[in-house]
Write a protein that binds this ligand. Structure first.
Ligand code: PA5
Length: 445
């Protein structure tokens, strides 16, 4: 089960501040639950853990089984909300170097992500990694028009057709997109790909519990029923408007109180590389939901203890506008006992101890040092690194960011700022319809 801990906020937030923000939380809750807040057309993720399309869910499970039986690699093509959740989940649920293992040592296909950049070297390198192994493609784009995945899809569609023929390729392409609109939808209909839907009322960054996340996660061996069960537990637990009874709302309220005091950057901290991609998913969820209208908490991550040896100095001693949320799992998946050694390397006092104990202690020591250095700290803790915990954590952060956005007076469900770079890119690349800005932009370069 997920626990939210705030004991280290004592010197930063008064109890009275919590009581005073409750009425605002109540209003934010009504905006969200009654569908009267900005962006309410995109709140279907709220009931997704219980009201998902069961027939499609069964098709996802069947497709995952088929891919497992006929492919050594699943290439997942998507960017932003169309890949971050799946990537986070697959890292969370597997041992870190799973993807590097040879096929005979892996139980499920290797899942590789592409179309999340426009870097040719990355794409070519990924093609080299596939080699002559059997593969399938899951192309994911809600709009169906995003440039990065569209370029990658052209490349992999061609590769599949060369390897398996046009008909064989169609049987290895799975398209996850809008139910009615977009270039990908049209292409999938024409070619006859198996299709999965990103529901209208679920924005990209809230879509991990739809086919967007579920097909890659299931293909990689994840138990998606347990994932949904964990999220469903969150749906029940994080539904109360009363702050005292709702840890997700508490998190939203505390971070808003901190923001108003000048703590404008939040670091999601982990002490395990398998949680690193969860931080990337969280960064998009927070940043795209809250960073608008000239305000919002800047989301960043700290991968500790690694980063303590890079920007740890800044956290301890730099500008005091930071706060941290430690995301941790209490039960280690595996452990290492620190070996005994005759020679004196200064580690004698730790021999025979478990590495997980040292890691946990490092996190506690760091947290206290940062608090003493003026960095408020909260803890989000799950007991096990499994599908249920992950589902609950996903739902926790989704609900929290919705409430947090309303508390800060913005629409947490749009992303108008994402269009600015696309417009310039299209203008410079000469996309039809953008001719008016091409010359003007070229002059500025
Ligand atoms: O959260 C969002 O809406 C975005 O990050 C999108 O997921 C991202 O831009 C990809 O869009 P699409 O799925 O339409 O290709």
């Amino acid at each position: 089960m997920l626990k939210f801990k705030t004991q280290h906020l004592e010197k930063f937030i008064l109890d009275a501040e919590i009581s005073m923000i409750q009425p605002m939380v109540t209003v934010a809750d009504e905006m969200l639950r009654k569908g009267i807040g900005a962006g309410s057309a995109y709140t279907d993720w709220l009931h997704l853990p219980t009201e998902y399309d069961k027939d499609e869910f069964a098709r996802i499970q069947a497709a995952a089984k088929k891919i497992q039986s006929d492919s050594k690699v699943l290439v997942v093509i998507g960017i932003g909300g169309s890949y971050l959740g799946a990537r986070a989940a697959i890292d969370f649920l597997n041992e870190y170097f799973n993807n590097y293992l040879p096929d005979e040592q892996r139980d499920f296909p290797q899942v590789l992500f592409v179309g999340n950049s426009i870097a040719p070297a990355y794409l070519n390198s990924l093609i080299n990694v596939i080699g002559d192994r059997d593969f399938s493609v899951n192309v994911i784009s809600k709009s169906g028009t995003t440039t990065e995945p569209a370029i990658a899809f052209r490349v992999f569609k061609q590769m599949l057709e060369e390897k398996y023929g046009v008909v064989g390729a169609r049987e290895r392409i799975y398209a996850t997109t809008d139910a009615k609109r977009g270039a990908l939808k049209t292409l999938a209909d024409t070619e006859g790909y198996e299709e999965f839907v990103v529901p209208d009322g679920v924005g990209g960054r809230f879509s991990v519990l739809t086919a967007v996340g579920l097909l890659p996660i299931a293909t990689a061996g994840g138990d998606i029923e347990q994932l949904m069960a964990g999220a469903a537990a969150g749906e029940v637990e994080y539904a109360d408007a009363d702050l005292a009874k709702n840890p997700a709302y508490q998190y939203a309220a505390y971070r808003n109180i901190l923001y108003r005091k000048g703590y404008t950057t939040e670091l999601l901290i982990n002490y395990d590389p398998t949680l690193l991609q969860f931080g990337e998913w969280w960064k998009q969820l927070q940043g795209e939901s809250e960073g608008k209208d000239g305000k919002g908490i800047f989301p960043a991550t700290g991968n500790f203890s690694t980063d303590l040896h890079s920007f740890g100095q800044y956290i301890q001693d730099g500008r005091r506008n930071l706060f941290e949320t430690l995301f941790r799992v209490t039960e280690p998946v595996t452990d290492v006992v620190i070996p005994e050694m005759d020679a004196d390397d200064g580690l004698g006092y730790l021999q025979g101890e478990k590495m997980s104990y040292v890691n946990r202690t490092a996190s506690e020591g760091t947290l206290l040092a940062h608090v003493d250095g003026g960095v408020p700290n909260m803890i989000v803790e799950v007991d096990k690194q499994n599908e249920f915990s992950l589902g609950q954590a996903i739902y926790f952060f989704e609900v929290a960011v919705a409430i947090s956005g309303y508390l800060n007076g913005i629409n947490p469900f749009d992303q108008p700022g994402v269009e600015a770079y696309k417009r310039n890119m299209f203008g410079l690349l000469g996309k039809p319809g953008y001719e008016d800005i091409t010359y003007q932009l070229q002059q500025r370069l």
